[in-house]
Design a binder for this molecule. Structure first.
Ligand code: COA
Length: 173
């Protein structure tokens, strides 16, 4: 998967991304609801294990204007019928609508390319920002599953016989 939004590029990781990603994942505030901040060595392992496998579980999030990695996007098979999406973004770039922009692009991508019937977002129940992004993009709160809050959105694949009128989420089905 390689996607472009207005401000970002979502692409496969390379090992040379390690320093820029480490800046993001070593910040305790960024990792507050995820896990302990990463060391440089752990960041490298993460890129190898999750970013360089086939298909990747996570993708580098590059800010086009700065040509630098400002985090990563999770896009991976969740179960037989769904894919999970998620985002970890450098604190310097929070609150500018990037996660919302990325979510909309991944929903659109899933309609075109994925065999998934739904997308899910998982987060710590205390993570209110994720909840906002999920609800704003047509996900439904399915409650707490295995200690994490689960949001789900159906993905209606494009079909030429279907209407091209935007739905309530502003999406063309
Ligand atoms: C969660 C995260 C990805 C959000 O990214 P973002 O690009 O800042 O989000 P957006 O700018 O698209 O904001 C989405 C909504 O959340 C709101 N928001 C953003 N940061 C917020 C904050 N710190 N507190 C409360 N609301 C916040 C925005 O105002 C917006 O709401 P609105 O549409 O009503 O204005 C980012 O904060 C992050 O990387 N956090 C650390 C990692 C993490 O916990 N990821 C989620 C689990 S996968």
């Amino acid at each position: 998967m390689r996607l472009e939004t207005k401000r970002t590029l979502i692409r496969k990781f390379t090992l040379s991304d390690v320093d820029e990603l480490h800046k993001v994942l070593s910040n305790p505030k960024v990792m507050e609801y995820i896990e302990e901040p990463y060391t440089l060595e752990k960041t490298k392992e993460f890129i190898i294990q999750a970013g360089l496998c086939n298909p990747p579980l996570v993708y580098a999030l590059e800010l086009k204007s700065a040509k630098r990695v400002i985090g990563h996007v999770i896009y991976r098979k969740f179960d037989e019928k769904s894919h999970e999406i998620g985002w970890i973004i450098d604190q310097d770039h929070w609150g500018k609508g990037l996660a919302d922009e990325i979510t909309k692009e991944i929903i659109s991508y899933s309609k075109r390319h994925s065999d998934a019937r739904s997308l899910v977002i998982e987060c710590d129940p205390a993570q209110r920002t994720t909840e906002k992004i999920a609800l704003k993009n047509g996900f439904t709160d399915e409650g707490i599953v295995d200690g994490l809050r689960l949001f789900r959105r159906q993905v209606n694949r494009r079909d030429k016989t279907q209407s091209t009128k935007p739905d309530q989420n502003g999406d063309v089905q």
